[in-house]
Each structure stands twice: as C-alpha cells, then as structure tokens.
Unconditional design. Structure first.
Length: 288
C-alpha cells in the first residue's frame, strides 16, 4: 500500500469494503431474528471484534487513541450511530425501495457537504457519475416504488445524510484515526437497540448467520470505510456503495434462487460500468 497513490488506496479500500457488504442482504434474508435483535447484534459483535483489534494494534497507546479523536471524533460517533439506527427504522416504516432510493442520494449529499465545508468541489466527471448512478437506482426500483410512510421516508433521507456526513467528517480529520469513534458508535447502536429487543436468543442457523454477517458484512467494511475517506473525497467513497444495489440481489439469486428483475440487471450494469469508468479516469489522472 505504501507505493500506491492516495486515489489508489482510497478506491481500493472502498471497493473491498463494498465487496464484503454485498452479501449483507442475503444474510438478513436467511436469518430469523427480529429486527431490533438484529440491530443489537450488528452493534455489539462488531464493537467487540474491532475493540479487540484496536487493543492488539495500539497496545499501550489504546487509551490515547480514544482521547485523540477530538471534536471530529465526537461528531462522528453521533452521526455514525444515528444513520445506523435510522436505516433500521426506515426499513420498518416504509417500502424497502423507498429506503434504497433515499440512500442512493448519499454520494450527491457528500459532494454538496464536501464543497461547502471542505472546499472540495467535485470535478465534472464525478458529478456526471453521481447523476447517472442516481438515475440508474431510480430506474431499478421505479416499478416497486410505492407511496410509503412519510416518517419512514424521512428516516431514509436521514440515513443518506448521515452516510454523507460520516464520510465528510472522516475526510476533514484525515490526519487522525477515527476508528475508536466508530467502535463507540457501534456500542451506542447496541445500547439503543436494548430498549426494543424482545429476545436475544440465537437458534439453529442464526448461530452461524448472525456472527458471520456481523464480522464479514459489518465489522470489516466499517473499518475500511472509516479509513477510505482519508485518501479520496467523500462522494467517491459513497459512489462505490451503490454497487450493493446490483451485487446484493445477485447473492440472493445465487443462494435462494430469487431472480433479480430485468430493471435490476440493466440498472446494475449501468452502475457498475459508470463506477468502473469513473474510477479508471480518476486513477489515470492521479498517476499523472
């Protein structure tokens, strides 16, 4: 990684993160635990796993790492926790398609926030990529888009705003490690879910699916996505996460034979092609 440019480092981290995230929807479909129980474990297990990793990595400087996050780290804890919680609330209170459309706004919101607070105005290539991918996401879910619950839709917008804010905060504090803040954020999510969990019991297949999902699809990606914005603009990181729109349904199709719609395949190919071209152009320009 030392010989790579910042663009190569950031793009690689974001891409690897989204590859780990893509089976997430499959594990959610395979599990039978209630929503709040799922949110609790998605907070608690990554918290423990990454905390152990930080203990090993920092050793004697462990406490110092948490104290060094500064105001940016405090704001990140708040934003990170909120968007994790509002995502589940949105799914519960509106159509899934509505939630995904709202979240697809994250790259555009990142671009706007980055331009305002970091003075990092995206270039024309990035604005075009954001516009194309947003249209592709709307196309994918247009037929299933229904009038949802206003509260659920607002929670979806809040989630998108939170994702955008997360990336911008990390980008603004790229000289410091905010992983300790993300760990505290996961703990906050687990504690919040405690008020609503009906049962903590994991039975049969959930004993395998839940820990596997929380490590592979939650813990590892949130570490990588906390590091990626140090190297590339926030909106570029969030662009990669739109790949889940097409790759997530493919996992479900391969395992439980739920075939994706033609719109998902066509729109997904557009998203993949757009992000691939955008990444190639950015990497080419950074190498110069």
């Amino acid at each position: 990684m030392k010989n790579l440019s910042n663009q190569q480092k950031g793009s690689s981290l974001a891409f690897i993160a989204v590859m780990f995230i893509t089976p997430d929807s499959l594990f959610i479909r395979l599990s039978s635990i209630d929503t709040w129980g799922l949110l609790f474990y998605r907070g608690a297990i990554p918290f423990v796993a990454v905390l152990i990793g930080l203990l090993i990595f920092y050793k004697k400087n462990f406490i110092k790492a948490f104290l060094n996050v500064g105001y940016a780290g405090i704001f990140y804890i708040i934003s990170f926790s909120i968007c994790n919680i509002t995502f589940i609330i949105s799914i519960q209170n509106t159509n899934v398609a509505n939630t995904l459309i709202m979240i697809a706004m994250a790259p555009m919101l990142s671009a706007i926030l980055g331009a305002i607070f970091l003075k990092e105005v995206p270039d024309k290539k990035t604005w075009i990529a954001i516009a194309i991918t947003l249209v592709a996401v709307i196309y994918i879910f247009y037929d299933s888009l229904e009038m949802g619950n206003l509260f659920g839709d607002l929670m979806g917008i809040t989630t998108a705003f939170g994702l955008a804010t997360n990336a911008v905060i990390i980008r603004s504090a790229k000289d410091r490690d905010l992983l300790p803040s993300a760990v505290v954020g996961k703990l906050t999510v687990a504690l919040f879910a405690l008020f609503f969990v009906e049962s903590y019991e994991l039975v049969e297949k959930d004993l395998i699916y839940i820990p596997l999902m929380c490590i592979l699809c939650v813990a590892i990606p949130f570490v990588l996505v906390t590091i990626a914005p140090r190297f590339i603009p926030a909106e570029e990181v969030n662009l990669f996460f739109l790949l889940e729109t097409i790759l997530g349904p493919i996992w479900v199709w391969l395992v439980i034979k739920e075939q994706p719609s033609l719109e998902t395949i066509v729109g997904g190919l557009v998203i993949i092609f757009t992000i691939a071209v955008h990444s190639y152009l950015k990497l080419k320009s950074s190498s110069k």
